[in-house]
Design a binder for this molecule. Structure first.
Ligand code: HPA
Length: 248
């Protein structure tokens, strides 16, 4: 008998394999929406069973606007996952959300376009209008915050994630507008992932890792991709201990 999946994790930039997974198996899932970003790797972690999927592919070959979000969520649901944590690299807009800070956002504004945003987006599919007032599952958000606390890792509770199209970073004017809109963070992959999870009835929360100050929010005139990846590497180290506590 296959083990049930206690938690699914979608890894973002800088998290292409889940460290410490043992007893792993890989599955390529055919979905009605085409291929997922890659194989789903299932394994034991902290005494529980987790399913891991690298959102951009294990060699980071998929830019944010080309990720097949529907196939990814469908594959995890098909494997029996009921709770999903999306790990997302973000830029910080709010002053206290600088590089290496970890945030568990509670709101979203979607600025993306041209992505498949719904499982209803297929001929003949039943049209459903999900409630999305609270885009993340409150209980999973709070469990993540509690887990971070128990792991001794600081994490900010709440913040509005602005999802942009990418793959380019934003202009200063775009970030200034997002700030006026109420965004605290900016990232390219938070949507439609969260909405698709809700359509499937999955619990979903985002663990946002700040890689840089967004355009115009820090001291630098330009944002360095090397620095983004260096900060992400450091922030990503906090992910396994947080999730180990979450799974206890
Ligand atoms: N903008 C959008 N997405 C990001 C950023 C950013 O500044 N940093 C990391 N992901």
């Amino acid at each position: 008998m296959t083990h049930p999946i206690d938690l699914a994790v979608i890894g973002g930039s800088g998290l292409y394999q889940f460290p410490g997974l043992t007893n792993t198996s890989r599955q390529r899932i055919d979905t009605p929406y085409g291929p997922a970003s890659g194989d789903v790797v299932t394994g034991d972690f902290a005494g529980r069973r987790i399913a891991f999927l690298a959102r951009h592919g294990e060699s980071h070959s998929l830019p944010p606007h080309r990720v097949n979000y529907r196939a990814n969520l469908w594959a995890l649901h098909h494997l029996g996952a009921r709770q999903v944590v999306g790990v997302n690299a973000v830029g910080g807009i709010r002053g206290d959300m600088g590089p290496r800070v970890i945030v568990v956002p509670d709101q979203v504004i979607d600025y993306t376009h041209g992505r498949f945003t719904s499982f209803c987006d297929v001929d003949g599919a039943e049209v459903r209008h999900i409630d999305f007032s609270e885009p993340y599952t409150a209980s999973l958000r709070l469990a993540l915050l509690d887990a971070a606390n128990k792991a001794g890792i600081a994490a900010i509770d709440g913040g509005c994630y602005g999802a942009t199209q990418g793959p380019r970073l934003e202009t200063r004017a775009e970030i200034a507008r997002m700030k006026r809109d109420g965004c605290d963070l900016v990232g390219m992959t938070g949507m439609p992932e969260a909405a698709l999870a809700r359509e499937l009835g999955l619990d979903y929360a985002c663990l946002a890792l700040v890689a840089n100050f967004a355009a115009g929010c820090g001291d630098e005139a330009e944002i360095s991709i090397e620095e983004i990846f260096a900060h992400l590497k450091a922030a990503t180290e906090a992910v396994p201990p947080i999730l180990a506590e979450l799974l206890k």
